[in-house]
Design a binder for this molecule. Sequence first.
Ligand SMILES: [Zn+2]
Length: 390
Amino acid sequence: MDSVEAEQPEAIPSSPPSNKTELIHVFWHEGMLKHDTGKGVFDTGMDPGFLDVLENHPENSDSIRNMVSILKRGPISPFISWHVGRPAQISELLTFHTQEYINELVEADREGGKMICAGTFLNPGSWDCALLAAGTTLSAMKHIIDGCGKISYALVRPPGHHAQPNQGDGYCFLNNAALSVQLALGSGCQKVAVIDVDVHYGNGTAEGFYHSDEVLTISLHMNHGSWGPSHPQSGTVDELGEGKGFGYNLNIPLPNGTGDRGYDYAMRQLVVPAVEKFKPDMLVLVIGEDSSAFDPNGRQCLTMDGYRVIGQTVRGLADKHSHGCLLIVQEGGYHITYSAYCLHSILEGVLKIPVPLLSDPIAYYPEDEAFSVKVIESIKDYQINTVPFL
Ligand SMILES: [Zn+2]
């Protein structure tokens, strides 16, 4: 972005970047603001006529605009290096998606738009944004592969992790993270681990690598189950992968209300040991701030502190296994202001900044982690008894 330097402000970090501090390379393109998902009763796109005031579809450009601005104007800004994204080529999309599905999207765009599935609207301009999200994520991964930086963050919309090889789902058209995994595998990486902390099951990524033992997909999500034909997967613990991929899809459905301590327990008891045993040479962290306590689309209770710890934990795994290489990919996060604050703390955690740069303006709900811990213990028993590589 041309004007980034000029807009970098008055921020005073607790410890300024030194030669030893990694920067986070953020890949972004403002063209992604043009995906207009419309208004209605929440995400339905419908106006039955009963209401004076409709609301913007939850996946709208406001939360992403705030994510951009907090990284430019927040105290983390000196640790950020900005890069301009680019649209993906159709040939790149075919590394993960089927030709038939891509043809369907191109046709829908040509005809002026289409509801791809419930709540998922490809409107005029949306396809260009989807191509930008995919290409920008590929650029972020390529930056790491080429040795230009160790940590990249693809700040993209529309999100991608529900998009399966042959169909869209849950506001997603193209699976940005999965495309970047394919790029890594095609560029010499042997094993890639994907850790998805969006509040929803990363079913598209799981589906695409369901038969692969080169990609370990781990998803922590609320236990929402299947939500219809676009999302036939259940996200339950027994969806483990098939064939040689058996055991390489680990689902961690967490009880509603799981917060900072529950997530940290799941990370330490389930995610860290699995990644340690898998020994990836590339790590992808798929983030959704919709696991926060205030998200309209989730029922979990993470706060900025919890997100910060997740960032620290994943950075530790990257330092140990992938020479510090880590791609972070943006997914959901629908609270217009808090999502940006949570993003700030995830990235603080990834940077291993010792003292929080921003205090949490709204974390005030209590967490009772006893039930979450009990469920996590039972998932651990199940996985250890079922998954060969564990
Ligand atoms: Zn989500």
